[in-house]
Ligand binder design. Structure first.
Ligand SMILES: NC(=O)C1=CN([C@@H]2O[C@H](COP(=O)(O)OP(=O)(O)OC[C@H]3O[C@@H](n4cnc5c(N)ncnc54)[C@H](OP(=O)(O)O)[C@@H]3O)[C@@H](O)[C@H]2O)C=CC1
Ligand SMILES: CC(=O)N[C@@H](CCC(=O)OP(=O)(O)O)C(=O)O
Length: 346
């Protein structure tokens, strides 16, 4: 059995890792870590995991993390993994980091968008960007995985096939995305106050969201072409889910059928990407609780644009589920082990 440790188990990403890993046939949840609730049982904070035989929360110590676990998940705010993950890997451990600390190649770009001290550059270079479908070889041999952000996961899975095709002007992408409130984590603030959020929708971090450089970086890395993305996230009054709607200017004479075929062939054999039939409009509810990303493409001949719609559950495919998919690849397990295949509906 693979011994798994989770740092930040008292947050939403950590709790989702527990929910999914508790049902993983090749895993034992060996250690749960907390910086504020050491010694407490996790079910005191999250009664939904009551009676699962989980270990009590322990304090965070790099030596313990590396020696008592075969792999450690960090489901912690930016900055925590930047400090601890290098120590854990240096002592022989493996890390899957759900935060943004090792995703951006350039420490200066991280500093600029995250407004905090970046991780050491040598360690950023060693990290594999864990967009599983696109980086399987890197993930297989990695000791440190940077799990992608939630918005980049939905966006990149939709855009990468088109970006690589050269059929879309790489400077023309506009991505309008909406997220449920769990994307903001469990922390309490006015921004997630029910009476101010309910029956309302708003854009936030306009032109300043930290996932913008991550999306541009990966589009460039896979296509080899400098790419600019206008990205605007919105918060909507639901718990889980992201819908990313992307618009790109077609620069080649291609039909809707060719684009549909491109997506279908790109994701053939990938268990967690479902390319929807032409004309469909995927809903977040149709991937709820699952590790799927559902994608639909449309061509608007009048405007000369391609429109890509993609939906994920931000806590699963956008965080814990994708992290487990990466763990499965890292340990040469079946890709789908421990991951729910059928969404919760309605
Ligand atoms: N929610 C989502 O949909 C997604 C989240 N992410 C990323 O995953 C990470 C976790 O997010 P999420 O679970 O939503 O966040 P939460 O705020 O829900 O949980 C974060 C947890 O981190 C722990 N923590 C806080 N400060 C420290 C510290 N200084 N040292 C160690 N642990 C600390 C806290 O646990 P304790 O007090 O017990 O230590 C807390 O429960 C973040 O980096 C987030 O950006 C990525 C994709 C999607
Ligand atoms: C709804 C909501 O607030 N979502 C968060 C998701 C980002 C996140 O999880 O942060 P990193 O991926 O950069 O670590 C946000 O927009 O900041």
């Amino acid at each position: 059995m693979i011994r798994v440790g989770i740092v930040g188990a008292t947050g939403y990403g950590g709790a989702e890792l527990v929910r999914l890993l508790a049902g993983h046939p090749q895993v034992r949840i060996a250690n749960l870590y907390s910086s504020s609730s050491e010694g407490e049982p996790l079910d005191k904070i999250f009664p939904h995991v009551y009676n699962l035989g989980l270990p009590a929360l322990s304090s965070i110590d790099a030596h313990h993390l590396s020696k008592e676990n075969d792999v450690v998940f960090f489901a912690t705010p930016a900055g925590v993994s930047a400090q601890l993950s290098p120590q854990v890997v240096e002592m022989g451990g493996r890390v899957i980091d759900l935060s943004g600390d090792f995703r951006l190649e350039s420490p200066a770009v991280y500093q600029n968008w995250y407004k905090r001290e970046p991780a050491a550059e040598d360690w950023i270079k060693q990290a594999a960007y864990g967009l599983t479908e696109w980086n399987k070889e890197l993930v297989e041999g990695a000791k440190l995985i940077a799990n992608p952000g939630c918005y980049p996961t939905a966006t990149l899975l939709g855009l990468l096939p088109l970006a690589k095709s050269g059929w879309v002007d790489p400077q023309s992408w506009i991505v309008d995305a909406k997220s449920g409130v769990s994307g903001a984590g469990r922390g309490v603030s006015l921004g997630v106050h029910f009476s101010e959020l309910n029956e309302s929708i708003h854009a936030y971090k306009v032109g300043q969201h930290q996932h913008t450089p991550e999306i541009e970086q990966e589009l460039k890395r896979q296509s080899g072409v400098e790419t600019i993305v206008q990205f605007t996230p919105h918060l909507i009054p639901m718990t889980r889910g992201i819908l990313a709607t992307a618009y790109g200017k077609l620069s080649a004479q291609v039909s809707a059928e060719q684009i549909q075929e491109l997506l279908l062939s790109t994701y053939a054999g990938q268990p967690f990407v479902r390319v929807r039939p032409a004309g469909s409009h995927p809903r977040t509810k149709e991937v709820y609780g699952s590790n799927y990303c559902d994608i639909a493409v449309h061509v608007d001949e009048r405007t000369g644009r391609v429109i890509v719609l993609s939906v994920i559950d931000n806590v699963v495919k956008g965080a814990a589920g994708q992290a487990i998919h990466n763990m499965n690849v890292m340990f040469d397990l079946p890709e789908t082990a421990g991951l729910p295949l059928v969404p919760v509906f309605p």
